[in-house]
Design a protein around this ligand. Structure first.
Ligand code: PMP
Length: 307
């Protein structure tokens, strides 16, 4: 079956080309919107796309919408149904990425949040977001992470992604793959669109939620898989920049990035500079879990019943 590009927009399914907002829309002018990113993995064996932890993403979307005083007319279960319906209608037979957005619709000048918001969702094919076949070269950004009292990083607020865009672009312009951003206290926060873990003395360490990070769903997945499948505990504590330089392993995780090994930070090799053993095991396990090859974690998958 050939795929069709169908989006969910203003309460119904429409061709993606017709899912357009007016230039006066508050969200376009001021960044007053929240979004999500959800992956769908194509299983050749099952002829099925599995959405990975969509419910958790939609619960987070609803919570974050409330930060901007927005209230959705759908609960997380209804949003899951809309997402599976949209994926079915698009007919992709490959890995996909779903982008839901909730945005302020008022067509007026002025920053105050007035009544009026809407929900939209589209889906695109997606393979690697960052290269997971090799260790990445990353730099510590000269940009600081937005602070909770400026724009909450946990909110996945569209306007806050200017911060991510500046950091990621600086890294690329300087010849790196990606950036690690410090928070205003000077401790490690996260990547432009991913959380950070380090491995020290056989233990995983990641930043606590109050470090100005997005409370990542992949981060949670890594903690669970490490604990239950690899017998490795995670320590939640602030991470110094200098720990990145002496860690045994460093990796990114996120819906887009999946689990991406970091081979160097600021041109200093991490460990051997190759993909470390803990990162490698987590990558393999994560790949199996998201494609429905580990029965126990079927609880995290929502099949889209492709015809
Ligand atoms: N941090 C930021 C800033 C992000 O944009 C993302 C991607 N959503 C992540 C971390 C990873 O979060 P998740 O695992 O929930 O995709």
């Amino acid at each position: 079956m050939r795929h069709r590009e169908i989006a969910f927009f203003e309460g119904s399914f429409v061709p993606l080309a017709e899912a357009n907002i007016n230039v006066m829309t508050h969200a376009f002018n001021y960044g007053t919107a929240v979004f999500e990113g959800i992956r769908g993995y194509w299983s050749e064996d099952d002829q099925e796309i599995y959405l990975f932890r969509p419910r958790e993403h939609f619960v987070r979307l609803i919570q974050n919408a409330s930060l901007l005083k927005m209230k959705l007319p759908y609960d997380a279960d209804m949003l899951c149904e809309l997402a599976t319906e949209m994926v079915r209608r698009n007919g992709y037979r490959e890995d996909v990425y779903i982008r839901p957005l909730v945005y302020k619709t008022a067509r007026q000048i002025g920053t105050k949040l007035s009544p009026g918001d809407d929900v939209t969702m589209f889906v695109v094919p997606m393979r690697d977001y960052v290269d997971t076949s090799r260790p990445l070269a990353v730099s510590v950004s000269s940009w600081r992470r937005v602070e909770d009292n400026a724009i909450p990083a946990r909110g996945k607020i569209c306007g806050a992604y200017v911060n991510s865009a500046l950091a990621a672009t600086e890294a690329r312009d300087n010849g790196y793959d990606e950036a690690i951003v410090l928070n205003s206290a000077g401790k490690v926060a996260e990547g432009a669109a991913m959380n950070v873990f380090i491995v020290r003395d056989g233990k995983l360490v990641t930043t606590p939620v109050y470090a100005d990070i997005l409370e990542g769903i992949t981060r949670h997945t890594v903690v669970e898989l490490a604990r239950w499948e690899l017998g490795i505990e995670t320590e939640f504590r602030p991470i110094d920049r200098s720990e990145l330089y002496i860690a045994d392993e460093v990796f990114f995780c996120g819906t887009g990035a999946q689990i991406a090994a970091i081979g160097s930070v600021d041109r200093r090799p991490v460990g051997s500079g190759q993909v470390g053993p803990v990162t490698r095991r987590l990558q393999a396990l994560y790949g199996d879990v998201v494609r429905g090859r580990v029965r126990h974690y079927g609880k995290w998958l929502l099949p889209c019943q492709m015809a």
